[in-house]
Design a protein around this ligand. Structure first.
Ligand code: CA
Length: 227
């Protein structure tokens, strides 16, 4: 696997490169934000390790621009470990956020994890549903938002899968009861409302593009986001 190390501190860049190469990765180092952007368009990298405090562009800006160009996995490696920094990085599309000083074994494991998730999402013969930044993999029983696995309860998962299968088609409460709980389930439609509420919260907390709308007097619908 090829890793692009973006780090302006020469000693740290060298150390990271040595340790990752020892762990079996090929590495290329960029020492500025602009060099990182140039390199990332040239080479085919499995992951970018991205420092935040760079001499020209900030790592966050590099992250934002890289995300506009493609879906290369990005791990931000920063001395800044505050929650707002992490949130900012992840919202700009980073796949993971690691605080310095880093342990190279942990970093190697995280690189493999983000690369694996990206492969999973892009695997051509895999059945999946996609809406905006949300991908649902029925066979893996996994939901990814921006490439990150988000935990869903089995009920929420079945409901989301049903909404994705019936995208843009309004679902009545009874249709949802049948599809999610089973035809013979003599439940009441409050269950549907409660579960829709949970599913909405879960999707919102993960900053997903998918929102479930209420259609007054009819039911609910998951609409594809505007292009
Ligand atoms: Ca730096």
């Amino acid at each position: 696997m090829r890793v692009l190390i973006v780090e302006d501190e020469a000693r740290l860049a060298r150390l990271l490169a040595l340790e990752l190469e020892h762990a079996g990765f090929d590495t290329v180092t960029a020492t500025t934000g602009r060099e990182a952007l140039d390199r990332s368009t040239q080479g085919d990298f499995d992951c970018m390790l991205l420092d935040v405090m760079l001499p020209d562009l900030s790592g966050f800006e590099v992250c934002r621009r890289t995300r506009q160009m493609g879906d290369m996995p990005i791990i931000i490696v920063s001395a800044r470990g505050q929650v707002p920094d992490k949130v900012a990085g992840l919202e700009l599309g980073a796949d993971d956020y690691v605080v310095k000083p880093v342990n190279s074994e942990e970093l190697a494991a995280r690189i493999r994890a983000v690369a694996r998730r990206r492969d999973l999402v892009n695997q051509p013969d895999l059945r999946r549903y996609r809406i905006g930044n949300v991908v649902l993999l029925p066979e893996q029983h996994q939901v990814l938002v921006d490439g990150q696995v988000v935990p869903f309860t089995p009920l929420e998962f079945r409901m989301l899968e049903h909404f994705l299968r019936e995208i843009n088609r309004v679902q009545s409460r009874n249709a949802l009861l049948d599809a999610v709980w089973g035809v013979d389930f003599a439940g009441d439609t409050n269950l549907v409302e409660v579960t829709v509420g949970r599913l909405r919260r879960r999707l919102a907390d993960a900053h997903s593009d998918a929102t479930i709308e209420t259609v007054r007097g009819v039911g609910y619908v998951l609409r594809s986001p505007p292009q």
